[in-house]
Design a protein around this ligand. Structure first.
Ligand code: NAD
Length: 470
């Protein structure tokens, strides 16, 4: 039997359709695939629908989903890919340190166990206070820890029963999208709902604004500088602000100076000083200042002594008329030295210099391995100076001392969210220090080191007259 050409084409089209052979290109750019949407409004709608489905699942499923995410990100090829990508895309930070940061988030971000129920019992019965989800959270993330913040926020928010829409920093868009993609892949691998974690591939100030105003967003979490914190706090919604810091490290004459020098250089050079908790300036009591500097040099510090060079450095990284020069944020000390035109030994980790407390290098949050040292006559002047340099950010401070009374006094006066005694700054986020980790440290709004319970609402459930069995 003869078949005409038109009939043959129809048969072929039907066979192809039944095989679902879409071109690879179309598959890769499909809107909403792996939680990535062209338009933030669509992302919010999808996350809202997903949250309703997620709420119905048992807590054990939340744990299963979170474990799948941890496992996916712990794969060596994924750690390698994302950390490499972040360094290449942003031009900031250190690949090896980024791997440590990602592993830290995987290992030390609390899950569902963080949602601790309170109970009251008595003659009138039993009352429970349970930690329930807010709903859909809008989270704005920084360029300094793009993957860590998205991963850490996702674990905490999913543990609390929320879904999340991310508005990442445009300068770290590709690594942020890849992080969201891998989170979705992990959720898929255990058959979890789609769209629990979503984002847009066109983040901008406008999309952040939409996120802040959308009625279906019940909570905002901003991790970044003062601008974004102010913006979410002005939104009229429940908002958590994790803002800027300028952590001082105070060293007094009772400290173990050799250890203090090593801790300070380790903390300051970590990820080229990108973490908001990293030591940004040192305040040293005169009696031990020279010995501290001598020991810092043993651990990779290079001291700039010439005043003109110090002032030129300040003008290069923080020009008076323009503010922070982003070209130097998160760059290695050797790169900064080269651009300044000075020779430093290979392996130099931090550039140190003595300045007064009013110098730009001490006053400003630079996020690069430049560490000014301010000399003070005694520990009392040291505490006063460190408090002043922290600028009331209530973020992080470090003190090296064996004088318990002065450690107490500093803690009370500086009022920071993290106060590390006798260790590097990163002990404050769980590296060689006790406690969980986070990359969203909410100083301005007071939640502290955020975790699942931060992203949950307290709800009271009262049973009258029964279940008091005492
Ligand atoms: P950034 O403030 O430039 O950007 C952070 C995010 O906010 C980005 O997604 C950006 O697009 C968005 N944004 C900025 N201004 C906005 C506005 N007015 N409205 C809406 N969205 C806005 O910060 P960055 O350079 O990415 O990160 C470094 C800063 O973040 C430093 O000040 C650092 O101390 C701080 N930080 C704080 C924490 C913390 O836990 N407290 C953690 C990481 C970084």
């Amino acid at each position: 039997m003869a078949i005409d050409t038109q009939a043959l084409q129809t048969i072929i089209r039907r066979v192809i359709d039944s095989m679902d052979l879409k071109p690879a290109q179309e598959e890769a750019t499909e809107d909403g695939k792996n939680g990535i949407y062209e338009d933030i409004d669509k992302a919010i709608e999808a996350a809202d629908k997903a949250q309703k489905e997620y709420m119905r699942l048992p807590l054990a499923r939340r744990t299963e989903i979170i474990e799948a995410i941890r496992d996916e990100f712990a794969k060596p090829e994924n750690i390698d890919e994302i950390c490499r990508m972040v360094v290449e895309e942003t031009g900031m930070g250190d690949y090896e340190n980024k791997k440590l940061k990602q592993q830290l988030v995987i290992d030390k971000t609390p899950g569902v166990e963080d949602l601790v129920t309170e109970a009251f019992t008595g003659d009138d019965g039993l009352t429970l206070v349970e930690l329930s989800p807010f709903g859909v959270i809008g989270a704005i993330t920084p360029t300094t820890n793009p993957n860590e913040t998205i991963l850490c926020n996702s674990i905490g928010m999913l543990a609390a029963g929320d879904t999340v829409v991310f508005s990442p920093h445009p300068r770290s868009i590709n690594s942020s999208l890849r992080t969201v993609e891998l989170i979705n892949k992990a959720i898929d691998s255990v058959g979890g709902p789609k769209n629990l974690v979503v984002t847009t591939n066109h983040p901008s100030l406008e999309s952040s604004q939409k996120l802040m105003q959308h009625p279906k967003i019940r909570m905002l979490v901003a991790t970044g500088g003062p601008g974004v914190v102010k913006a979410v706090l002005s939104s009229g919604k429940k908002a958590i602000g994790a803002g800027a810091g300028n952590p001082p490290a105070l060293v007094d004459e009772t400290a173990d100076i050799e250890k203090a020098a090593k801790d300070i250089i380790d903390g300051c050079s970590f990820d080229n000083n990108l973490p908001c908790i990293a030591e940004k300036e040192v305040v040293a009591v005169d009696q031990i200042a020279d010995y501290l500097i001598f020991n810092m040099k043993k651990h990779g510090a290079y001291e700039i002594k010439d005043q003109d060079t110090i002032d030129r450095l300040a003008e290069m990284v923080y020009p008076k008329d323009k503010g922070l020069n982003r070209d130097f944020v998160g760059k290695p000390a050797t790169y900064i030295a080269e651009k300044l035109g000075i020779d430093v030994p290979e392996g130099t980790r931090v550039l140190i210099m003595e300045t007064d407390k009013d110098h730009t290098l001490a006053q400003q949050e630079l996020m690069m391995p430049i560490l000014p040292i301010v000399r003070v006559k005694d520990v009392d002047e040291g505490i006063e100076t460190a408090v002043e340099l922290e600028h009331g950010n209530r973020h992080t401070a470090i003190m090296h001392s064996n004088n318990v009374r002065k450690l107490d006094e500093m803690a009370k006066k500086v009022q920071t969210t993290i106060f590390v005694k006798n260790g590097p700054s990163y002990a404050g986020i769980g590296v060689g220090g006790e406690g969980h980790t986070t990359f969203t440290i909410a100083g301005p709004t007071g939640e502290g080191l955020t975790s699942a319970r931060t992203f949950a609402r307290k709800r009271r459930c009262v049973l009258v007259g029964s279940f008091n069995i005492r």
